[in-house]
Design a protein around this ligand. Structure first.
Ligand SMILES: Nc1ncnc2c1ncn2[C@@H]1O[C@H](COP(=O)(O)OP(=O)(O)O)[C@@H](O)[C@H]1O
Ligand SMILES: Cc1ncc(COP(=O)(O)O)c(N)n1
Length: 499
């Protein structure tokens, strides 16, 4: 499957390790994930290092490196490769041979040579092998000292000199160069995408923090991921590279800005790869609609139990309910439904899809039909004329009107749900109590209405699906509106016998 099919680029990092998690493979995997890709990792060298520096390097046999590389490429379609620490000539040549065989569509090389701490991560005799590797690379991302080595020139001290060296390397090796200005003195940290003829600059302001361990690793991984995400077929254009770099730099800057929020080590700590994502999306897993339904229903268990125990509900079930109380209830129900149907119509107006719009509109009509049915079959002519909504009815309706007043669709439909769900639920216990001689037989029989049961299922599905997809504060407001309506339902059943 292509990236276009999933939107998720499969990005392989070939690099060394950092057991403190801030640089190398560990930083690469975090960066790839943070910028929307699927990260894979082949280890070139094991590095005993922390936020203070490198203690020692262990390079496993290159035959094993080749085995790792082929294990990935024999199975997985690789959308982009990011290469970091190559340690020595043998590792560099093994990676080059694999690149020649596999020919990945996007290859980004971070020419790691010397760590920020000053420790060598590439033997000096491997520098020539690294230059040769450039033929297999689309973008190389040197910092100022690394660029000087690639250009065979003294370390640049001005941005203009950096750009000249980058253009020389681009011209000599036919490669795009992302020159990084982090090592220059001053408050600006510009980067530039350079080919043999053009320069595109990405300005940046230096963030005042000692915690920049792994910025180079993270930046190159993010660029590889973003460019793969926007190039599903063919090779990326220069504009694709520029857009990917701009995106990666925005993310990197955000991650450096929050580096001090972490407390990792006492030297140069890592950047906070997920700061922005956590801030924007939180870390809690979204519940499924079924889980929302289960939780909300459980949270009103006390209200449901109290409702079942009400004298009105018991009396309706065993037929002992005084007729005046029943007629009073029906009159209040008719008054309630005439306004409830208007709130259903408002939900229809606010609904985001035609399917939901239709459901609420149909329910609004259903509520009016039921109200008219009450008039014709139960309540004698003229009885309703003098009936005013009770305090209980008014309180319930005010709650629904308030839920809809802000035009907040999720909260409104959560408030509308108990009228379906609790009514249907009470009915499942009352309906079986019906028998030929029961005084409320024809009323209890209405609880067997299959269309209402289906509408209740659909209402639960719509509301809990909206809740599951909502952010946490919205879901909380919905749950509160739902519970408040459930309380009003209980009161509605309690009112006729409260006098
Ligand atoms: N203190 C900082 N504030 C903002 N951006 C920074 C800072 N330090 C590094 N960067 C950015 O991080 C990236 C890598 O920086 P650089 O230090 O040049 O490379 P490397 O990490 O490979 O040595 C560049 O985009 C650079 O602009
Ligand atoms: C395994 C490994 N690779 C690369 C770096 C460079 O880190 P930085 O990006 O801070 O220069 C590192 N310290 N360790």
């Amino acid at each position: 499957m292509s990236v276009a099919a999933t939107g998720i680029a499969r990005v392989l990092s070939i690099a060394g390790t950092d057991p403190t998690g801030g640089a190398g493979i560990q930083a690469d995997l975090k960066s790839i994930a943070a910028t929307g890709g699927y990260g894979m990792a082949v280890v070139t060298a094991l590095v005993a290092q922390n936020t203070h520096g490198v203690r020692s390097v262990h390079v496993p046999p290159v035959a094993f490196l080749a085995e790792q590389l082929h294990a990935v490429s024999d199975d997985v379609r690789i959308d982009a490769v990011k290469i970091g620490m190559l340690a020595d000539v043998h590792v560099t040549r093994t990676v080059r041979d694999w690149l020649t065989q596999v020919n990945p569509p996007i290859v980004v090389l971070d020419p790691v040579m010397v760590a920020t701490s000053g420790d060598r991560l590439l033997t000096q005799d491997a520098e020539q092998a690294l230059r040769e590797l450039l033929q297999q690379v689309h973008l190389v991302t040197p910092n100022v000292p690394e660029l000087a080595i690639l250009a065979g020139a003294p370390v640049a001290t001005t941005w203009a000199e950096v750009l000249r060296q980058a253009q020389q390397v681009a011209g000599e090796h036919g490669v795009l160069v992302l020159a990084k200005g982090g090592h220059l003195a001053g408050s600006l940290v510009p980067d530039a995408l350079v080919d043999a003829y053009t320069v595109r600059e990405f300005p940046g302001m230096r963030i005042d923090t000692p915690n920049t361990h792994g910025t180079g690793c993270s930046f190159s991984s993010a660029v590889a991921t973003r460019v793969a995400a926007r190039t599903s077929t063919g090779a990326p254009s220069l504009a694709d590279w520029a857009d990917a770099i701009a995106e990666a730099k925005l993310w990197l800057t955000e991650s450096i800005t929050h580096a001090d929020d972490l407390a990792v080590g006492s030297g140069h700590g890592p950047i906070h790869h997920f700061a922005g994502l956590w801030q924007r999306g939180g870390v809690s897993t979204r519940p499924t609609p079924a889980r929302v339904a289960e939780r909300w229903w459980e949270e009103i268990r006390d209200i449901r139990t109290a409702t079942d125990d009400l004298p009105f509900v018991r009396g309706l079930g065993d037929g002992s309910l005084p007729r005046e109380a029943f007629v009073w209830y029906l009159a209040q129900d008719a008054l309630y439904l005439s306004e409830y149907s208007r709130m259903l119509a408002l939900a229809s107006r606010l609904a985001p899809s035609a399917a939901e719009q239709t459901f609420w509109a149909a329910s609004a009509q259903g509520a009016i039909d039921t109200e008219l049915e009450l008039h014709t079959s139960w309540i004698a002519d003229g009885v309703l004329a003098g009936v005013l909504p009770s305090g209980t009815t008014t309180a319930y309706l005010n709650h629904l009107v308030a839920a809809g007043a802000g035009g907040d669709y999720p909260v409104l439909i959560a408030a509308l749900l108990p009228c379906f769900w609790m009514y249907q639920d009470v009915g499942t216990r009352l309906h079986p109590l019906s028998h030929d001689a029961h005084p409320y037989r024809s009323w209890l029989d209405t609880y067997a209405d299959e269309a209402f049961a289906a509408a209740t299922d659909r209402a639960i599905k719509i509301v809990t699906t909206v809740a599951a997809a909502a952010d946490e504060p919205t879901r909380d407001r919905m749950a509160r509106a739902f519970r408040a309506s459930a309380g009003h339902e209980r009161e509605f059943f309690a009112a006729p016998l409260r006098g």
